[in-house]
Design a protein around this ligand. Structure first.
Ligand code: FAD
Length: 278
């Protein structure tokens, strides 16, 4: 593999649920800061369930001198609630949002004053002008609830037209899906950076569970190999590092504008992949 130019990275965390989790995450962040991420983002439970934990973690990252992005989701929220959240984030000095629809737990209807992430992007722009850099989600392998691939592409375009500055993708292990999606967005005349979301592989069962829920495809050859390792976590990790480093190399060589790591609040895999990428 030939050496190529460095590529900007960003890292995603979820808000810890316990004081021990918060302590561990503090240490993980310090390790990941050695990679000089462009920003670190913190997820936000749909329905505002993690608001306090999300905002506390964002505040900690900013206090550590690193740019932080807060995820914010709109499903089930009111305009007044989102207005209040935007006010809090602005007062904290947050400059970047990841604006999402979110998924309510089953049993909740799709009520509320927002239906899609594009409504949220439009609202944030109307309320706060250019105060925030807005990231949105993109789905190279198609969002699981999309009516069709073309309607999903149009839904993505609507978010960009509503004012999104850039996008982060759902994770995938098939680089072709990403490059095709980028081409399709370009063909619509939309020029936004679309940063691939990278999910390091640490555990086979966790990955399968996640992927089934979010519609990310685990290619057959990866799935079968992971299954064949059973409980042999060392082999799963070694194989996962090879697969994901190769994917990152392909993405970098193909011109991806950055890599966004879903750290799962762990540092080892992201550090090792970045080390291998040089
Ligand atoms: P949207 O862009 O609104 O799309 C949702 C669905 O609606 C798609 O199927 C789309 O095709 C369809 N659609 C959109 N507009 C229309 C329209 N006008 N008419 C008909 N159909 C339409 N979830 C969380 O709860 N918290 C997080 O912090 C979080 N972070 C994430 C970060 C990233 C980078 C990604 C990729 C996902 C994240 N998610 C998070 C998951 C996300 O909330 C779910 O994937 C959710 O189902 C869709 O959110 P969205 O913002 O992509 O929605």
């Amino acid at each position: 593999m030939t050496a190529t130019a460095p590529i900007p990275i960003s890292v995603e965390f979820f808000p810890p649920k316990t004081p021990e989790g918060a302590e561990k995450l503090r240490a993980v962040r310090q390790e990941l800061y050695t990679l000089k991420p462009e920003f670190c983002s913190v997820t936000f439970g749909a329905g505002g369930s993690t608001q306090e934990g999300t905002f506390n973690t964002v505040r900690d990252i900013l206090a550590e001198g690193v740019p932080a992005a807060s995820h914010i989701s709109c499903i089930g929220a009111t305009h007044a609630k989102v207005r209040e959240q935007l006010g809090l984030l602005k007062a904290m000095g947050v400059k970047r949002l990841v604006a999402l629809r979110g998924d309510l737990p089953s049993g909740f209807g799709i009520g509320g004053e927002f239906h899609y992430a594009s409504d949220l992007v439009e609202f944030v722009r109307a309320e706060t002008g250019d105060d925030f850099h807005i990231e949105v989600a993109a789905y190279p392998e198609i969002h699981p609830q999309a009516k069709s691939p073309s309607s999903d592409l149009q839904a993505f375009a609507a978010k960009v037209k509503a004012g999104a500055n850039s996008a982060i993708t759902q994770y995938f292990y098939n680089a072709d899906a990403y490059f095709r999606f980028v081409e399709e967005v370009d063909a619509l005349g939309l020029s936004v950076p679309i940063v691939p979301g990278i999910m390091p592989i640490a555990s086979s069962t966790q990955l399968m569970r996640f992927s089934d829920a979010c519609g990310a495809e685990i290619p057959r050859w990866i799935r079968l190999r992971l299954q064949s390792y059973g409980d042999d976590t060392a082999s799963i990790k070694a194989f996962g590092l090879d697969v994901v480093t190769d994917l990152c190399e392909q993405l970098r060589a193909g011109g991806a504008p950055g890599l966004h790591f879903y750290s799962m609040n762990q540092s080892a895999a992201t550090l090792e992949i970045c080390k291998r990428l040089g």
